[in-house]
Design a protein around this ligand. Structure first.
Ligand code: KIV
Length: 262
């Protein structure tokens, strides 16, 4: 099984690693069997599975429901539960209790929090809850960022991000997601911190790379952000299969003798 120690070792060895989101049993099983070492039950389940506009509405109960399904499907991967909006911002005590639920009830091995929450990262690490940080474009702050915009584009904001990354590293996070920032900023952060960085829309210099599984499989409709590479086009495949099934039912071709009991 992958552990947070493996990630630390891979950083020391300069070995790059992939992470994908997973939201359900079957997908988690497939990704785990394919050897993806880190699976994130992302709060992006909100947009990708539950049909919300943003990640803000998803609740702790919904996240735990998906976390449990993923934990039943994955045997080897390090499983990270994404703390949903308002499950960790109101108080450290409430945050620790909610993070603990991911481990106790959700079958997760670690949690992820967005933003420069140094005290929280330190407290969680001290009670034995491994924490993944997340800086840059943090989707739970979509309204305060004025939309999904690339962050750290000015020298000053890049310096602020680097300072926050160093402080999170000191506070005890075991890894750090860098989302939606220029490649050179991600490179500076990756070189400066001890923990592995995991990029999404942050260029090629991070220690690991993460994509939303629905994006990389081409399940979503509409447009994709520039940083997404589609490795499959399941939306077309699924629609094609559904149309073929419908045609065969309508023409009486399905079920044939081979798919019927005598
Ligand atoms: O919820 C999510 O999918 C994420 C990744 C984009 C890192 O936080």
């Amino acid at each position: 099984m992958t552990t947070i120690n493996d990630l630390a070792q891979w950083k020391r060895e300069g070995r790059r690693f992939p992470m994908l989101t997973a939201y359900d049993f079957a997908t988690a099983q497939i990704l785990d069997e394919a050897g993806i070492p880190v699976l994130l039950v992302g709060d992006s389940v909100a947009n990708n599975v539950l049909g919300y506009e943003t990640t803000l509405p998803v609740t702790m109960e919904e996240m735990l429901h998906h976390a449990r399904a993923v934990s039943r499907g994955a045997e080897h991967a390090l499983l990270v539960g994404d703390m949903p909006f308002l499950s960790y911002q109101a108080s450290v005590e409430e945050a620790v209790r909610n993070a603990g639920r991911f481990l106790k009830e959700g079958g997760m091995h670690a949690v992820k929090i967005e933003g420069p929450r140094f005290e929280l990262a330190e407290v969680m690490a001290s009670v034995g809850i491994p924490v993944m940080g997340h800086l840059g474009l943090t989707p739970q702050s979509v309204h305060s960022m004025g939309g999904y915009r690339v962050q750290a584009k000015t020298e000053e904001s890049a310096e602020r991000l680097l300072a926050a990354a160093l402080q999170l590293d000191k506070s005890g996070v075991f890894s750090l997601v860098l989302e939606g920032i220029p490649s050179d900023v991600a490179k500076s952060v990756t070189e400066a911190v001890n923990v592995p960085t995991i990029g999404i829309g942050a260029g090629p210099h991070c220690d690991g790379q993460v994509l939303v599984v629905n994006d990389m499989l081409g399940i979503g409709g509409g447009t994709y952000p520039k940083f997404v590479k589609r490795y499959a086009n399941l939306r077309e495949d699924i629609a094609g299969a559904a149309r073929a099934f419908a045609d065969e039912v309508e023409s009486g071709q399905f079920p044939d003798a081979g798919h019927s009991y005598s």
